[in-house]
Design a binder for this molecule. Structure first.
Ligand SMILES: O=C[C@H](O)[C@@H](O)[C@H](O)CC(=O)O
Length: 271
């Protein structure tokens, strides 16, 4: 199995808190992006003290309370399934801060991390304020919820978006990459994809490949999987009948999302 593909591994870390996915600098080749997916039972709590990292806490499903021990945000979350396709609430917490998440209902929470040295204010990112973007034409249409885009100055290095791709469509397509620190033409951003499918038994194909094909992995990705994108183009194809969801975490030396399309497939956008 590709080293870029992480299957879910459920492990109870404290009472009522199950760690499902954990991508760290220690267990991956990433240097900027880290990611956790936790499932929290009603009344259970997950707390963490951040070092020189910032974190975007995304209430994927269910209701949660979040505090940084100065401010408390209650009943965050807008959906029981990501496939309700409505934006959800998130909380940005900066470096050297502590936070605690308490599940009000059974909750699935994404924790998105990246480097941060200059402590910024904790911020509630309300579902109602999330920008929704319809991208693509023909069979590469997708809908993007911009949770923490580079246009939002709330974070130091972190970028977070969620993407819906319908039956028979492609996203992150035409294939693009952002693996060179070469602004204004391209930014260097590592990336993770947390995937879910509807119906749940579905799968998508995701390819991660470089121009010289020194990296060229094509993966069958299922619900709950994480794909790690250290470099290269990273398109996703969705089979007929299924809807794809993924949450992207991106970070690098400069907090700008400037991608570069594979020249072989640039013609796709010119139809
Ligand atoms: O680089 C960003 C990620 O690949 C996705 O967020 C992608 O941009 C989504 C899309 O445009 O299809």
């Amino acid at each position: 199995m590709s080293k870029l593909l992480r299957k879910p591994e459920k492990r109870e870390i404290t009472q009522g808190v199950t760690l499902v996915q954990e991508v760290t600098a220690e267990n991956s080749q990433l240097e900027y992006v880290e990611f956790k997916l936790v499932e929290i039972a009603p009344g259970a709590k997950f707390s963490e003290l951040l070092g020189k990292q910032e974190c975007c806490i995304v209430a994927l499903t269910g209701k949660i309370n979040v505090t940084d021990h100065e401010e408390t945000f209650k009943n965050l979350g807008t959906r029981e399934s990501v496939f309700e396709k409505v934006p959800t609430d998130s909380v940005y917490v900066s470096n050297d801060r502590r936070f605690e998440i308490e599940a009000v209902t059974q909750a699935r929470v994404a924790l998105c991390y990246s480097p941060s040295k200059k402590q910024l204010p904790t911020r509630l990112i309300k579902a109602a304020d999330i920008g929704i973007e319809n991208r693509g034409i023909l069979n590469n249409k997708r809908t993007v919820h911009n949770i923490l885009p580079d246009s939002d100055p709330s974070a130091n290095s972190l970028l977070v978006v969620e993407v819906y791709t319908e039956s028979g469509n492609w996203s992150s397509y035409p294939p693009h990459k952002h693996d060179r620190d070469n602004l204004p033409d391209e930014s260097f951003l590592e990336e993770t994809y947390y995937h879910e499918m509807n119906p749940q038994q579905g799968f998508v194909f995701q390819r991660v490949y470089t121009d010289d094909r020194s990296l060229d992995e094509t993966m069958t990705v299922e619900s709950g999987d994480v794909v790690i994108v250290p470099s290269g183009y990273h398109p996703v194809g969705v089979p007929d009948g299924y809807t794809s969801y993924y949450l992207n975490v991106m970070a690098g030396p400069t907090r700008i999302w400037k991608f570069y399309n594979d020249p072989d497939h640039e013609w796709i956008v010119k139809r």
